[in-house]
Design a protein around this ligand. Structure first.
Ligand code: COA
Length: 159
């Protein structure tokens, strides 16, 4: 049984994340979408809101489940008996940062393999902060996120 973890802040989940998760689910027996507390990033959505939005977005993928976590990613992966970390790579600018994280995670847990999935061109520029910014100015975000996420963003910024 190959179990992978796809970690992130998912503030909120986008079609770019979903592309990585869907492709990971085709390669692995089971995928856990690990939604990090990421308190230092001061997220727009609470941890539970981010996990719930991710759960709804991945409900059609039978071998994917969503779990919130705080603490070290390698501890979460070990506790869930995962062998693989899957991360998306969008552009060369992601590489150095991802390389550093993968190296550190390897140092902490040699048994965990980090695998990168390249984003397709249409998602290369996409990020959660771009989606948040567009939505904060009332701009539609339907081409970047599923409908329930667009609605949650609109509700957040209406407050
Ligand atoms: N498509 C679209 N956007 C993507 C993407 C993709 N495939 N991959 C990453 N992104 C974007 C995110 O939307 C986010 O955008 P934003 O910052 O503009 O909002 C940005 O890339 C960063 O993503 P994030 O989800 O915050 O991931 P990260 O690479 O910074 O790492 C964790 C987050 C949770 C994996 C990492 O902080 C972690 O492991 N934390 C636990 C503590 C720990 O173990 N620390 C040691 C790690 S070495």
């Amino acid at each position: 049984m190959k179990r992978a973890v796809t970690p992130g802040t998912f503030d909120p989940i986008t079609f770019g994340h979903l592309d990585v998760i869907t492709r990971a689910a085709q390669l692995m027996d089971e995928v856990i979408v690990a939604v990090a507390a990421s308190a230092g990033k001061n997220p727009l959505f609470t941890l539970e809101e981010r996990a719930e939005l991710a759960r709804e977005a991945t409900a059609h993928l039978s071998n994917v489940r969503v779990e919130p976590f705080s603490g070290l990613l390698v501890d979460f992966a070990r506790a869930n008996e995962a062998q693989v970390l899957v991360k998306g790579l969008r552009a060369i600018t992601d590489f150095e940062y991802e390389f550093q994280q993968a190296a550190l995670n390897y140092e902490l847990a040699h048994e965990l393999e980090t695998v990168f999935i390249m984003s397709p061109p249409q998602y290369m520029y996409l990020s959660s902060s771009i989606v948040r910014e567009l939505s904060s100015f009332g701009s539609p975000v339907d081409q970047f996120v599923p409908p329930h996420v667009a609605e949650a963003l609109a509700r957040k910024f209406a407050k």
